[in-house]
Ligand binder design. Sequence first.
Ligand SMILES: Nc1ncnc2c1ncn2[C@@H]1O[C@H](COP(=O)(O)OP(=O)(O)O)[C@@H](O)[C@H]1O
Ligand SMILES: [Mg+2]
Length: 482
Amino acid sequence: MLHPIDAWCWFSLRPLRLCALCAERGFGCVFPDIFVANSRRENSVTEALQIISNEHRSMWQLTVVLDELRKQLGNPRQKPDSDLFNLILDYIEQYVERVHEPKEEAFLYKAVMERTSEGNEMIAEFQREHASTPEVVARLRSQLKSLVRDYPAGVAEFQAALEEYISMMRRHILREESDLFPLARKILTDRDWDGINTAFADSEDPLFGERVRAEFRSLMSRIVNQAPEPIGFGLVAKAKPAAEAHPVLLSVANLTSQYGRIQALRGVTIEVRQGQLVALVGANGAGKTTLLRAISGVQKASAGEVRFAGQDITHLRPDQRVRMGICQVPEGRQVFGPLSVEDNLRLGAYTRGDKKSIEEDLEQMYAMFPILKQKFKQAAGTLSGGQQQMLAMARALMGRPKLLLLDEPSMGLAPLLIQEIFNAIISLREQGKTVFLVEQNAQAALSIADQAYVIETGEIVLSGSGSELLDNEQVRSAYLGI
Ligand SMILES: Nc1ncnc2c1ncn2[C@@H]1O[C@H](COP(=O)(O)OP(=O)(O)O)[C@@H](O)[C@H]1O
Ligand SMILES: [Mg+2]
């Protein structure tokens, strides 16, 4: 699986290009090296560090939200969202102050100081920052209260106080990750780690245990859900409110399919509603491609049913399904290499007779993928992998499909290109197109999907909205490496 950090900001959960922080760094994620190194499960010795890193990640996301909220202040017609501010301050006060900081100080800092004085100065500074948090948060709360009352008077002061707090929090996290953790790794013994890990993982402990984590997970998810769309988490797709009202376009019921004796699909049931972006995620070999092929008709079903726009299409030929509006972009693109970009696109419209609107659609494709316009005369085979993926998608769209099936569009692509592809998929979603997206890049796919399914060895094992699955522990550990 491509690590989500390749395409998405690990902290804001947005494509790198849409993340203000990443933009500041020339679209590199804020801590690709540090965070990934620390969160990678190389060995169980430093399990506590992984827990702390996860907590840092949540806190960093909060700083992203806070910072966006800070920037939005000042519009006289729009009062600050004091509920959201307060939820974040609750989280900081209750979780960061009550759970995270004491735990770090009592176990990690203590162990490091017992082994070496090398980090003493740094740790003393961390402790001072921890100690100042309650006062800072209290001050922010009281400033917020008067701000809401006298808005917009007091904006500049509040903005400055927020900015100072955010930068302190970020500096603190970054220094712990990049200076303290390596030092701890270097000097702590296995026995030290045993003690630290036990303290961090002890699920019986009323303060640090699972229950507390669950409590704060729900606080965190309330923050996520209240954050407005353009802010940080906004890209975590919310199911469209009217979803249920959208008619079902595709339904697959108890579908089975095999290759000889290998049973690739074992009774798959899924549904795609009109105008929705539905994702199917699963590991290599799980049966994703087979399901797409069974929907487009190139793979035979041995039992079960496929219905499209109310009609049973289980036994229709692939070309009949294409004419009905089902179009698949196959795994590994498969453009017509010797033909020009433009000819490839025109071929996509071969089922259509309406010449004039074909020209219009061509322009639309060029607007969506400007690089294709630049290269319209070039042979498709000379394009890069990412450009070929864009071409394959655009070619499919030229057929004005009612349902677009995408098979792992991000596969094998460089981070920036993955981002382009996902941005294009997001824009299809915004245009109300119906898309069934198959991906191994679960983080990216779930982040933008209205609904999603998880497939394992030919069976659907989980389903829910994209954000539900992103939050699901099982999904997080199996597919997101979190
Ligand atoms: N042409 C084939 N012949 C035999 N087995 C196949 C063929 N294609 C796929 N399979 C098997 O079917 C299962 C599902 O494969 P596939 O649908 O390609 O998975 P995914 O797209 O999720 O990686 C795998 O066990 C794979 O080995
Ligand atoms: Mg596949």
